[in-house]
Design a protein around this ligand. Structure first.
Ligand code: UD1
Length: 427
């Protein structure tokens, strides 16, 4: 087990390039199964979840590799549509393989991904969508088997604009007979990226980025070359880190249009943000203003994946802020850890009342999940004294060597093994 050791109190300063989006790359890698042949996918981050997806693709019979930031997937010799339980349990995103495997082989066997630290995370909407296209779903214990002699286009109305369900249904529908329309679809930029990848393979889809997506099934798709969008959550995390440390940071290779709500919230809190093409410059030189209401919502609302990070920032604000979490019921696990660092936060069901304090203090804290971990790193950077963030493997699922990126901005951060025998001081 590794931990991050942070000497706080140093404003971040400098320029970094943001890596590609994990949440776009994962469904795109799964979608590669839809076409026989060799795909090349660029701007893929070197993250734990990407490696789990590569392992699953290999297990299914693909040749799959990551070299630099490029994934190649050759799906010619896929021999199985059974996702092994141990790999399924390592990453919830393995559910993305359901739609493509069903579309290509007419059958898929997988396992309930189960709950996780941030909430129950059901897959009923995925299954209902696939059933609407004609799939039969059989659930026995934790095993799920879906099959369909043929998939047929249908109208699918989602009760909630689930990102994963929208993606799974899109991937199944591209090879279905006839037209599928998804109503109340998720509008996240990653859905647009998946649409663009599917179109590059020869699919006929319009509407991603709106709440109605229409897919006309085609019989054949071809492998293609594609480049994944920048990671908006990593971008947002570094924007908040720059602001929380009262620093001045330039983020390159980003898409500012994906971050409108985040920019809006940070500006309201007094952060200076300038946009120039694919560059965002963030600086903050005074104590943040409190915000009476930050509410997480499906895109284009404020992302739940940045809720814990913005909470750290507002815990240092001048006044009282309210943060409401509407997407995941269990997403306040970072609050107890932040309290250990001197934050004053009270949680009532899905709302957090954040009373700003003048400063946070270093402590030993535990990353309970990916984004909570990123938030604790920001807290450590802004705090006085030394912070140790344990369970770093959660953070490694979404940030490609976070300590290297931060140390290039002047942060005093190092990764240590639990036994303290291996130490990589980066600054
Ligand atoms: C994706 C992102 C995740 C992000 C989330 C919300 C990936 C790999 N992950 O997760 O980082 O936090 O979107 O922006 O892209 N729900 C159901 N039934 C379902 C599916 C979802 O009830 O079948 C509920 C979930 O429990 C949750 C809400 O819908 O409360 C949102 O989930 P969803 O949009 O599906 O998130 P993911 O695709 O899992």
């Amino acid at each position: 087990m590794e931990k991050l050791v942070i000497e706080g109190g140093k404003p971040l300063s400098g320029t970094i390039r943001i890596h590609g989006a994990k949440n776009a790359a994962l469904p795109i890698m799964a979608a590669a199964l839809l076409a026989e042949g060799r795909h090349t996918i660029g701007n893929v981050p070197d993250l734990l979840d990407i490696h789990v997806m590569l392992d699953i693709l290999r297990e299914l019979g693909c040749k799959a590799d990551l070299s630099g930031d490029t994934v190649t997937v050759d799906t010619t010799s896929v021999s199985s549509s059974h996702i092994p339980e141990d790999l399924m349990r390592q990453m919830r995103s393995s559910v993305f393989l359901m739609g493509p495997l069903l579309a290509r082989f007419g059958k898929v066997q997988l396992y309930q991904p189960g709950g996780c630290a941030i909430g129950e995370r059901k897959i009923n909407l995925h299954l209902q969508g696939l059933q609407a296209l004609g799939a039969v779903v059989e659930e026995t214990g934790s095993t799920i088997v879906c099959w369909a002699n043929r998939l047929t286009g249908a109208d699918v109305v989602l009760d909630f604009p689930s990102v994963g369900a929208t993606e799974n249904i899109m991937m199944a529908a591209v090879k279905a007979e006839g037209t599928t329309t998804i109503y109340n679809a998720a509008r996240e930029p990653e859905i647009v990226d998946l649409q663009n990848f599917l179109i590059a393979m020869g699919a006929r889809i319009i509407g991603a980025g709106t709440d109605t997506i229409t897919i006309e099934g085609v019989s054949e798709l071809q492998p293609c070359e594609y480049r994944v969008i920048p990671d908006r959550i990593v971008t947002g995390t570094f924007m908040v880190a720059a602001a929380a440390t009262r620093g001045s940071v330039t983020l390159e290779k980003v898409n500012p249009a994906h971050l409108t709500s985040v920019t809006h919230v940070l500006k309201r809190a007094g952060v200076q943000i300038a946009v120039d093409g694919d560059i965002i410059h963030v600086s903050c030189h005074s104590r943040p203003k409190s915000l009476d209401r930050v509410v997480t919502a499906p895109h284009p609302g404020f992302p739940t994946d940045l809720q814990s990070q913005i909470m750290v920032f507002l815990s240092l604000a001048d006044g009282v802020s309210v943060i409401k979490e509407t997407i995941f019921e269990g997403r306040f696990k970072h609050v107890d850890e932040l309290s250990r660092m001197g934050a004053d936060i009270r949680v009532d069901l899905s709302s957090a009342l954040v009373r700003g304090v003048p400063r946070l203090y270093g402590a030993t804290v535990e990353a309970t999940d990916l984004r909570a971990g990123a938030a604790l790193v920001i807290a450590g950077l802004a705090a006085r004294g030394t912070t140790v963030v344990e369970q770093v493997h959660h953070i490694d699922r979404g940030y490609d060597r976070i300590e290297a990126m931060l140390s290039s901005l002047g942060a005093r951060i190092s990764r240590e093994s639990a036994s303290y025998t291996r130490k990589t001081l980066l600054s």
